[in-house]
Design a protein around this ligand. Structure first.
Ligand SMILES: Cc1cc2nc3c(=O)[nH]c(=O)nc-3n(C[C@H](O)[C@H](O)[C@H](O)COP(=O)(O)O)c2cc1C
Length: 195
């Protein structure tokens, strides 16, 4: 039986594109492959496979109770809390994140009370973003959204990886330099990330 490495970093990759085997999926997988190479424990998750409803601000989660939505997000909170690094992968959709990713982030309201804040404070985050247009400015609003939201949650946004100029499924495979950057980033996350 394989022994569990208790010191291994836990790196959780979130794919916010509804498209399987698409550019976000490939990018997030590549980062995780690099992390695995250095001994990290990794998990990838497709938001499109899950039922995650919108937050309606009832704030029952601030009273020590489970979210009133009773959906898949309740299974994700423990995974988020146990991870050392979260990779938020989303393509640019109309200059913002996908609706799947926005819905997921909205549910981080759970962490916006004193009791739950310590479960996320100081946790590392990476943002991984492919998009069609050639200019990096295309992702400016989306990056600002993550910077402000993660800062508000007292998380550390330690890396952003943007991949412009990819449109069709798998186009990112031609961007070998960006994928190499992602792989190296994954290795770095596993090696140097401190708890
Ligand atoms: C609904 C929708 C909106 C999009 N909006 C933009 C956009 O504003 N700017 C852009 O450069 N690309 C935009 N794109 C293109 C995607 O960002 C691009 O195809 C990306 O590589 C998709 O990643 P995926 O393969 O992981 O789904 C949009 C695509 C869709 C389907």
């Amino acid at each position: 039986m394989k022994k569990e490495n208790k010191t291994a970093k836990r790196i959780f990759g979130i794919v916010g594109s509804p498209r399987k085997k698409g550019n976000t999926h490939i990018l997030v997988s590549t980062i995780l492959d690099g992390a695995k190479e250095e001994g990290a424990t990794t998990e990838i998750l497709f938001l499109g496979d899950l039922n995650i409803r919108e937050c309606d601000g009832c704030h029952i989660c601030w009273k020590g109770k489970q979210c009133s939505k009773k959906d898949d997000m309740n299974k994700l909170y423990p995974k988020i809390i146990q991870s050392n690094v979260i990779i938020f992968g989303t393509p640019v959709y109309w200059y913002g994140p996908t609706a799947l990713m926005k819905c997921f982030i909205d549910r981080f309201v759970y962490f916006n009370c004193q009791e739950n804040r310590e479960k996320i404070r100081g946790k590392s985050a990476v943002v991984a973003v492919p998009f069609e247009e050639e200019t990096p400015k295309t992702a400016s609003l989306l990056i600002k959204f993550f910077e402000k939201s993660l800062q508000y949650l007292e998380m550390n946004l330690i890396a952003k990886i943007l991949v412009p100029g990819v449109s069709r499924k798998g186009d990112i495979l031609k961007k070998e330099d960006r994928l190499a950057e992602g792989y190296t980033l994954g290795r770095r996350l596993a090696r140097y990330h401190k708890d």
